[in-house]
Design a protein around this ligand. Structure first.
Ligand SMILES: Nc1nc2c(c(=O)[nH]1)N[C@H]1C(S)=C(S)[C@@H](COP(=O)(O)OP(=O)(O)OC[C@H]3O[C@@H](n4cnc5c(N)ncnc54)[C@H](O)[C@@H]3O)O[C@H]1N2
Ligand code: MOO
Length: 404
């Protein structure tokens, strides 16, 4: 077992456990939001499928309308109309116009459109108070070209991409199966919300903050409850859970020796590393149980969230083959001081905002037991080992991008 790793070494070992490929399933568009695409999608259509109008107005020949103005209107003869979905059958000749509505095909012969608000209808004729513009024509394939790949395997299906898949003509999409992530809590003091809280007890918040994080990262959380101090119980709980792609445990990693999960992992599995030079989250543990990767997250509520965000989330992204990075560091000016730690990389919680430049303020009490810092912070402030940040200094921040 390795110990006292740097954050980078630990992350590399965690990612190395994200082996193999998730199965693929086909889902209708309405169920595909937030899933990860398992195939490249080439457009089945051109969009628009022919030149069409971007405005309501009259399609005509641009050269017939030059010089049109309020004082000097141009008169054209209206020979028909082309609503969206019902193209005009004829051809627009010299001195002629066809009434068109946004999204309608431009009739042959026309090469420009004048907006309806720059016109006045007079029986069979229309008066133009401005010249027609070719800029209000959207060329065929402006948005999508048939055969071109716009969405790729590994792309997260955001609202815009779901719409794009629909626009390309796909009713169903192949997506990766959601990784199943078991969440197991330990600790005699841990009690489910709703139960009476005994003296010294604490409600099981970790299970639910982790559930949210797993969902947000594209996983399927499997709540395994809390285990008492019996190894057989842990194994029975895991067996009943069905197949998992990752197991998260929370608690019992700092002192370790008496902890049931640690005992099971050492006796039945293999501990890859324990302890990372970071704060919070120093006692993080990585193990294997059979083929199952296990992240032993520290019990403190902030520590379990931060370690999942830094290691569990990238693990799931890797397993899903996602094309977007799990987090994107930025630079921001610290408007409050942030305290570092000796020999450890530090992740403080801050509120990031834009006030002429990106700025970040502390969320206040930075104890690993104060969950409010994760509930109301929107960024981690990253300090290298042995470094405090003074007020006014530029620091690295990782936005907590909970996008789904
Ligand atoms: N002598 C030392 N003590 C501690 C060390 C150390 O190095 N030497 N490390 C500290 C650090 S850092 C952390 S983080 C914690 C990690 O503790 P454990 O993972 O062993 O977790 P517990 O002791 O079981 O609990 C810690 C804390 O978190 C609360 N907790 C636990 N589970 C939950 C849950 N599901 N929901 C909400 N809160 C939970 C628990 O009540 C404790 O308050 O160890 C330090 N100690
Ligand atoms: O790492 Mo412990 O995570 O600070 O309280």
């Amino acid at each position: 077992m390795r110990t006292n790793l740097s954050v980078e070494e630990a992350l590399a070992l965690v990612l190395a456990e994200a082996r193999g490929e998730l199965g693929v399933e086909e889902v209708p568009l309405r169920e595909a939001y937030g899933r990860v695409l398992a195939e490249d999608l080439a457009s089945r259509v051109d969009h628009p499928d022919q030149d069409d109008t971007a405005v309501d107005g009259y399609a005509c020949r641009e050269e017939d309308t030059w010089g049109a103005s309020g004082d000097n209107p141009v008169r054209l003869r209206v020979i028909g109309e082309s609503p969206a979905g019902r193209p005009f059958a004829g051809r627009v000749g010299k001195g002629e116009a066809v009434a068109v509505y946004t999204g309608a095909p431009i009739p042959p012969g026309a090469n420009a459109v004048v907006r309806v608000e720059d016109t006045r209808r007079e029986g069979e004729d229309v008066l133009l108070f401005a010249p027609a513009s070719p800029k209000d024509i959207r060329p065929k394939g402006d948005d999508l070209k048939r055969g071109e790949v716009y969405l790729r395997r590994g792309d997260l299906l955001t609202p815009g991409r779901l719409g794009l898949a629909a626009a390309m003509g796909y009713p169903r999409l192949k997506v990766f199966r959601r990784p199943r992530v078991g969440i197991l809590s330990t600790g005699d003091e841990v009690v489910e919300p709703g139960e009476p809280l005994p003296f010294g007890g604490v409600y099981n918040s970790n299970a639910y903050s982790l559930l949210g994080l797993v969902l947000e990262a594209g996983g399927e959380p499997v709540l395994l409850g809390k285990v008492a101090d019996r190894p057989e119980e842990v194994l029975a709980r895991l067996e009943a859970a069905g197949p998992l792609d990752l197991l998260l445990t929370s608690g019992g990693v700092s002192m370790g020796e008496y902890d049931v999960v640690r005992k099971v992992l050492e006796e039945r599995g293999e501990v890859v590393f324990w302890k990372v030079k970071q704060q919070p989250g120093g006692p993080l543990l990585l193990a294997r149980l059979g083929g199952l990767p296990v992240l032993g997250l520290p019990g403190n509520p902030v520590s379990s969230m931060v370690t999942f965000f830094l290691y569990g989330r990238p693990f799931l992204f890797r397993l899903l083959g996602r094309t977007d990075p799990p987090y994107r560091p930025l630079k921001a000016r610290a408007l409050t001081p942030f305290k570092g730690a000796k020999g450890k990389k530090v992740f403080r919680r801050g509120v990031l905002s834009f006030e002429e430049e990106l700025v970040v303020r502390t969320t206040g009490n930075q104890s690993s037991g104060v969950l409010r810092s994760m509930a109301f912070g929107n960024a981690l402030v990253v300090l290298p080992p042995d470094r405090d940040a003074r007020e006014g200094e530029v620091v690295e921040v990782i936005p907590l991008t909970f996008v789904l």
